[in-house]
Each structure stands twice: as structure tokens, then as C-alpha cells.
Design a protein around this ligand. Structure first.
Ligand SMILES: Nc1nc2c(ncn2[C@@H]2O[C@H](COP(=O)(O)OP(=O)(O)OP(=O)(O)O)[C@@H](O)[C@H]2O)c(=O)[nH]1
Ligand SMILES: [Mg+2]
Length: 267
């Protein structure tokens, strides 16, 4: 059976083509680790908010023709009107720390919490590789083979401790209550997957009712937009309360450089 894989980023549009240098470096790194496997049907998708013109798309795609890049407009996600419930109920609030993050960044957090699943129906696995990540090694053949044989559904390159205190206000209260109401394990808040790169079995999460419910409840609070609850701590909660420990793992074969934090991962 051929496994359908999408390697994707949500990325930004710019006025000046020079500003795409980071994205192009990412794309080149992916083309350098070309995956040649007849059992894997790998596609490369760039999600964007409708502000990368056709001309700019061609400019970017021309640099790495072998990737056959597809651009997918997800501007609808950027028109989402968030709830203000979290603020009204006092669950979370804007802080100096959270105010530094743009609406676009917060939309990105919600996109990679759950919205991406609406745009990846055609695939079995999603591999997120952010715009600012330069891949050094990505042996998807053996990684996905191992995931299939071991039943793993989520791989992270690394675990991180807690996010800044002032961007997770109310998250523990909210998640503790959710876990308790559902009879789940107590959430772990200091082992969060580094989400700028991950490999996920899409079907598993699409069928995981608790995950859908948790994301819906998070959206009802509006706290991603109010306090910038990030996809990193949210995925930390999800993995710890509803994904059995033997179904996810830290994968040191995901080797890359992460530009926005200037760190080499698994190098
Ligand atoms: N379309 C769009 N994409 C965004 C926006 N903000 C961030 N992204 C994308 O989301 C991904 C993560 O953004 P980064 O700025 O690297 O965020 P981060 O790695 O959490 O880094 P720090 O903010 O430095 O902690 C990248 O692929 C960005 O291009 C935005 O406003 N619009
Ligand atoms: Mg980054």
C-alpha cells in the first residue's frame, strides 16, 4: 500500500521576494534530502493566508522544482472570529508577554492545534516543517515504516519544558478540569513537544473524539487569541492526557536547524 505523506508549513507572504530567503532555504533543505521511495507518495504543501501572489509563488517554486510545491490558501482561518469567553470568565487574560504576538501568530497556533486537519484529508501522514527550519536529515522511509510497525501516531524531535508563565494563564486550570471531567490522566505541563517539526498519523487524530472535544473547548475559551496559548503547550496536554505513552515518541532522526530559536535539533 502506498502511504500518502504531506510535508507542510504555514508560511507568510512578503512584498519583497528577498524576504522569502528563509522559506527557500527550508525548501532547498527538503529537496536535498529527497525521499525516493515507491511506497511513499510525498507531496509538499505551503499553506498561506492569501497574500503570496501567483508571481511570488512561481518565484518560490522555481527555486526547488523537484518538490513540485503546492500553495494552499487558508485565508479563511485568518478571518476566524475568536470567542472572548476566557476573558469574560476570568480564565485567561492578555499580558505584556502575549500582547507581543500578532493575530497571525495566534492564528498559526490554532491552525497547528487542529485546523490543519481540514486541509490534509488526502494524506495518511502530515510532516510539519516550519518556514524557519532547515532540515539536515529526514529519513521518512524508515521513520514511517517504524511508526506503522510500532503503532506510533505522533513523533516530536524534542521535548520542551513549560512555555512562559504569562502565555499559559488558565491553561492548567482549564485542562485539569477537562481531564478530570473525562476521567483522564492528570495533564503534564513540562514535557511539551517542540512543534515546529512533527510527524503525525492523521487518521488517528481525526478519529480521536477526545481530541476534537478538547480543541472545541479550547476554541470556546478564546484563550489562544486572548493570552496566546500556544500549540506547544496544548499538544503537551493532548499527548499527556489522551494519547497512550507507547503511541508517541521523541524521534532523534528528525534533524534540523530551527531559525527563530537559533538551535540545532538532534544534530
Ligand atoms: N501565514 C502566517 N504564518 C505565520 C505567522 N506567524 C508565524 N507564522 C508561521 O508559523 C510558523 C512558526 O512561526 P515562528 O515565528 O517560527 O514561531 P516559533 O518557532 O514559535 O518562534 P518564536 O515566536 O520565536 O517562539 C512559521 O512557519 C511561520 O512562517 C503569520 O502571522 N502568518
Ligand atoms: Mg520557529
Amino acid at each position: 500500500m502506498v502511504v500518502r505523506v504531506v510535508i507542510a508549513a504555514l508560511t507568510r507572504g512578503f512584498h519583497d521576494t528577498n524576504a522569502y530567503a528563509t522559506l527557500i532555504a527550508r525548501n532547498r533543505s527538503l529537496s536535498d534530502v529527497a525521499i525516493c521511495d515507491q511506497d511513499l507518495d510525498v507531496h509538499h504543501v505551503l499553506f498561506h493566508e492569501g497574500n503570496i501572489s501567483q508571481e511570488h509563488q512561481l518565484y518560490i517554486a522555481d527555486k526547488t522544482p523537484s518538490l513540485n510545491l503546492k500553495f494552499v490558501d487558508v485565508s479563511e482561518e485568518f478571518r476566524y472570529v475568536p470567542s472572548d469567553q476566557g476573558c469574560k470568565t476570568g480564565l485567561c487574560k492578555e499580558t505584556q508577554g502575549s500582547a507581543r504576538f500578532s493575530l497571525g501568530y495566534k492564528t498559526m497556533c490554532r491552525f497547528w492545534l487542529h485546523r490543519f486537519l481540514d486541509y490534509t484529508h488526502d494524506y495518511d501522514y502530515v510532516v510539519r516543517v516550519d518556514e524557519d527550519c532547515v532540515v539536515k536529515s529526514l529519513d521518512l522511509t524508515s521513520i514511517i515504516d517504524d511508526m506503522r510497525s510500532s503503532g506510533k501516531v505522533y513523533l516530536t524531535p524534542s521535548l520542551m519544558s513549560e512555555d512562559s508563565h504569562d502565555v499559559v494563564i488558565g491553561l492548567a486550570r482549564f485542562s485539569d478540569r477537562f481531564a478530570q471531567e473525562k476521567g483522564l490522566a492528570h495533564p503534564v505541563y513540562n514535557q511539551n513537544p517542540y512543534t515546529n517539526v512533527f510527524v503525525m498519523n492523521i487518521e488517528y487524530f481525526k478519529c480521536l473524539a477526545l481530541y476534537q472535544e478538547y480543541c472545541k473547548e479550547v476554541d470556546k475559551t478564546g484563550c489562544i487569541y486572548i493570552n496566546r496559548w500556544g500549540d506547544l503547550p496544548l499538544w503537551g496536554v493532548i499527548l499527556s492526557i489522551m494519547v497512550p505513552r507507547d503511541k508517541w515518541a521523541v524521534e532523534n532522526r528528525l534533524v534540523y536547524y530551527h531559525g527563530s530559536h537559533c538551535n540545532h535539533i538532534n544534530c
